[in-house]
Write a protein that binds this ligand. Sequence first.
Ligand SMILES: *Cc1c(COP(=O)(O)O)cnc(C)c1O
Length: 413
Amino acid sequence: MSNNHLQLPSDQDSSGRTLGAEELENLAAALRSGTLTSTKGTFVSQFEKDFASQLGARHGHACSSGTAAIHTAVAAINPDPGDEIITTPITDMGGLTPIIYQGAIPVFADVDPQTCNVTARTIEARISERTKAIVVTHLFGNPCNMGPIMELANAHHIPVIEDCAQSFLTSYNDRYVGTLGTIGCFSLQQGKHITTGEGGVVVTDDEALARRMFLFINKAWGYGDANADHYFVAPNYRMSELQGAVALAQLQKLEWIVTNRVRTADALTSELRGLAGVETPVVTEGAVHTYWKYCLRVDATVIEGGAVGLGAKLREKGIACAPRYIQKPAFSCQVFRDQVTFGDSHWPFTLARPEAVNYDKSLFPGTFEALRDVLVLPWNELYGPEHVDYIAEAVRTSAGELTKTEATAQTLS
Ligand SMILES: *Cc1c(COP(=O)(O)O)cnc(C)c1O
């Protein structure tokens, strides 16, 4: 059976990555220069300029990961210990632990079950006097509905950090995400739209925040200042010139990557539209979804076993999909459940309002519904019509096999 599978390009190896001659050429130049630190080299600084200008942001700073990017953004906002940062329970842990490292309390907003994204309504329910920032994650390449979110945030004078790790060149009302809020954060990890293996970028239009972020990435050493000093506690989160060389070449391919992902995703959507029990991605109004992944929503009242059942069938056909995405909400992970932080202190959770760390299921109906129904299909810029057709056929056949008949549906109800 397995010999009949079509091999899908994978973002975990060369079959689904765009690393080639351009990256090699830049890398060789970086190596020959003998300067591998971004404090002296040219590749990282060029990448920062080009990345920011492509998005239409004034400042960009590269760093060592998407997690480092979020950490840098949170540190620039500079919460006091115990301040609250509203975020989402459906995200990468790298979007959350930096909040704890900076002594702030992640406060989870529920999500819209259709998109898995936070909304103005769910965020508003978690705002308190201690809210210092909001982190919105544009999940899978589809943006949060930023109009109402920015209205709410501006009314409360709360800065918004956009986690764009999954949403390169995603736009909302003709503007790129990452430039709608106060700070945008990106990841260049192996499986993102473009990659340096590990890496990250922050962008902002705010001069003072840009300076603070540059300092935070650089041990808070005041490069260029007359009386430079280490101004505050900060790590070394620099990107090396080797990564910068690759990043610069990757950036030139980003538009092509996004165009291909969108075209093939749209083709799959056309092929699957109307299939009973399987819903194609809901795209936020006014948005261009850039498909880091392609998510189906599976109705378990129609499809036997729901997302897990359909996912198992697709995996048998060689499609490495992920039913339930991260399996459980972030607040159900041990780090939050047992507040495992520094020694036995549980700090900074010791400073939290009880309501802020109440993870009762009843507060998160959208989150549990979203994770129950979502089936995440791997997506890639190197998919062609043959891959789309293969996936479409696999989904149709598998869904057909699992569709409950009138009789079984009645027996079950
Ligand atoms: C990948 C990812 C991160 C973390 O980025 P790393 O580069 O892996 O540290 C953060 N948030 C989201 C939404 C991500 O997808």
